[in-house]
Design a protein around this ligand. Structure first.
Ligand SMILES: [Zn+2]
Length: 358
């Protein structure tokens, strides 16, 4: 029965494609068929994709792919590798196929900005219960950082001798309050209670880097890289771990300390933030910048700080000599006249010496 149903579904998709080509399908079909508009759109997308994927269509027609598997595999396969996916897909769960589809597409910095723009934390009182209720959403890196820190604090909370364990949900709530109290008492050592808390960004051989399975734009990975430690994992052709290399900081701890000591605060003029600070590459590594003191400056950290507004992630560039107290200027990367003027000011003396220089 399942096989027959699935085979019929493939024939239905072929018919939908024909109607679609004749412009006979729109969202109103949802009402007629008693399905959601989203379902109609997904069905049309599957029907269109299937046209260029004959091997997958054949496997589906033989009843070997569920509707959910079919909807995802057409997002993963293209004409060059569809014969391989036709063999593999019946053994993959729809969730794994969906994850693969997400990983295949490296998000743009605009995608990351859209995600960031959707961040929120709402609180409202439930007066009958006397409880403050929370609801919110945090984007990729912020979300992973929040989850990691709360989890580590909660896991570190042990019951007093003779007392039972509190549930993980209760300890997570306590972890949140511990962070709030630490801030209120102006203590900054809340993170010292979670030794070795570090965010893991997976950088695969091909495809985008991910944090907890969520793909990140390349520019964002580069911004994170300056404060990263890299642990190389050697994998075989199936992606299975063969060996783990020595963990090393991208910018050495010594250079980082020297930069933080030299700067002491965010180096954006007018910004008084003294922490948390990130070490920022004035000229990004991918543009040929180095890991030396003259190319590094402290800026206030994270997506909410100045770091996220700077290249390669943001539209601003901090330029000049960080070793001088007023040596840095902030410019927009698209402000060519200002960049040209800065280049002239910083050119070697001989280049500026005109006929009357003597
Ligand atoms: Zn700042």
């Amino acid at each position: 029965m399942v096989r027959v149903q699935r085979a019929m579904r493939v024939r239905e998709l072929a018919l939908i494609r024909v109607l679609d080509e004749r412009g006979r399908i729109d969202d109103s079909l949802a009402a007629v068929d008693g399905v959601s508009i989203r379902e109609v759109r997904q069905t049309v997308a599957t029907a269109r994709a299937l046209e260029d994927l004959p091997s997958i269509a054949a496997v589906a027609a033989a009843g070997r792919l569920s509707d959910a598997q079919l909807a995802q595999v057409v997002r993963v396969a293209d004409a060059s590798d569809e014969h391989l996916w036709a063999q593999r897909a019946p053994d993959w769960s729809p969730a794994d196929l969906a994850q693969r589809a997400r990983e295949l597409r490296t998000p743009t910095i605009e995608d990351a900005q859209t995600r960031r723009a959707a961040r929120e934390l709402r609180t409202w009182w439930d007066p009958d219960q006397g409880m403050l209720r929370l609801r919110g959403a945090l984007p990729d890196v912020d979300g992973a950082t929040f989850e990691m820190v709360v989890k580590q604090i909660a896991e570190g909370m042990r019951p007093a001798p003779g007392h039972p364990w509190e549930t993980f949900e209760r300890r997570s709530a306590d972890a949140l309050m511990r962070m709030v109290e630490a801030y209120r008492e102006r203590r900054t050592d809340v993170t010292t209670t979670v030794p070795g808390a570090h965010l893991v960004v997976q950088v695969p051989v091909s495809g985008p880097a991910t944090v907890v399975g969520i793909p990140l734009p390349d520019q964002m990975v580069e911004t994170l890289r300056a404060s990263a430690r890299i642990e190389p994992h050697l994998v075989d052709e199936h992606g299975d771990l063969v060996a783990i290399g020595r963990t090393e900081a991208v910018v050495s701890a010594k250079v980082k300390r020297a930069v933080l000591l030299r700067d002491g605060k965010c180096r954006i003029r007018g910004c008084a933030v003294r922490g948390p600070l990130d070490v920022h590459h004035l000229i990004p590594r991918s543009w040929g910048g180095t890991d030396t003191m003259v190319n590094l400056a402290a800026v206030c950290a994270g997506g909410s700080g100045h770091h996220g507004a700077l290249v390669p992630q943001g539209p601003y560039i901090l330029l000049g000599n960080p070793n001088q107290p007023d040596g840095l200027v902030l410019l927009r990367v698209d402000d060519l006249p200002a960049l040209a003027q800065l280049a002239t000011e910083h050119a070697p003396r001989s280049a500026r010496a005109g006929p009357d220089a003597a």
